[in-house]
Design a protein around this ligand. Structure first.
Ligand code: 5RP
Length: 218
């Protein structure tokens, strides 16, 4: 089965968690794109959604979902999003699409985070996929030096600016054997908005689409 097909399968499986009338947190990326399409076809009418990116906002509006401000919704019952890597403890690397900061905010504000991936995203140890770090532009070089000090090889994501007007440093070779500790260390560097490690607040449920069907953890 193609990866695109697996994304559709896992997107469809996530509908089981969605209840009519709920205000849903919605992530960003191609798996979430598939989820939004499945949602449109499902006939489930949401009370609204909190979106993690401008791209997701556009798509949600296209299918007639009201996009709401997290400042007005309070905490959410459910957040659905993809990931770039998932380990056995449901800790994630996210941010391949550059939406990591809003994604992390919504994940933190949600009682349940359902992560939807195809099996290519499952890893034993996080860190093969470059770790995105969102930085305030004036701190770019300073943060890059600090990341080198932590053992990483940061590279500016060329020509990219986040929806928040910041830059992304993609960091390779950084040791993520203790992702909870590294998430805190990176987040404490002045100028870092957030990093794409979701270890302190991992997913509650991971749905994995593979050749033999959907596997659920959590
Ligand atoms: C965006 C993300 C995405 O969830 C992640 O990049 C996975 O994307 P895709 O579903 O396209 O594989 O973190 O910032």
């Amino acid at each position: 089965m193609s990866q695109a097909r697996l994304k559709i399968e896992v997107a469809r499986a996530a509908l089981e968690f969605v209840e009519p009338g709920m205000v849903l947190g919605v992530g960003t990326g191609s798996t979430v794109d598939a989820f939004i399409e499945e949602l449109a076809g499902s006939g489930i009418r949401l009370g609204g959604a909190v979106s993690s990116s401008d791209a997701t906002t556009r798509q949600l509006r296209e299918i007639g979902v009201e996009v709401m401000d997290l400042n007005h919704t309070g905490d959410l019952d459910l957040y659905i999003d993809g990931a770039d890597e998932v380990d056995e403890h449901s800790r994630l690397i996210k941010g391949g699409g550059g939406a990591l900061t809003r994604e992390k905010i919504i994940a933190a504000a949600s009682r349940r985070f359902v992560c939807i991936v195809d099996e290519s995203k499952c890893v034993k140890t996080l860190g093969e996929f470059p770790l995105a770090v969102e930085v305030v532009p004036m701190a770019r070089a300073f943060v890059a030096r600090k990341l080198v000090g932590l053992g990483g090889r940061p590279e500016l994501r060329d020509g990219f600016s986040t929806d928040n007007g910041h830059l992304i440093l993609d960091v390779r070779k950084i040791d993520l054997l203790d992702p909870v500790r590294m998430e805190s260390e990176i987040n404490q560097i002045p100028g870092v908005v957030t990093c794409g490690l979701f270890a302190r607040r991992p997913a509650d449920v991971v749905l994995v689409a593979g050749e033999s069907g959907i596997r659920r953890r959590g």
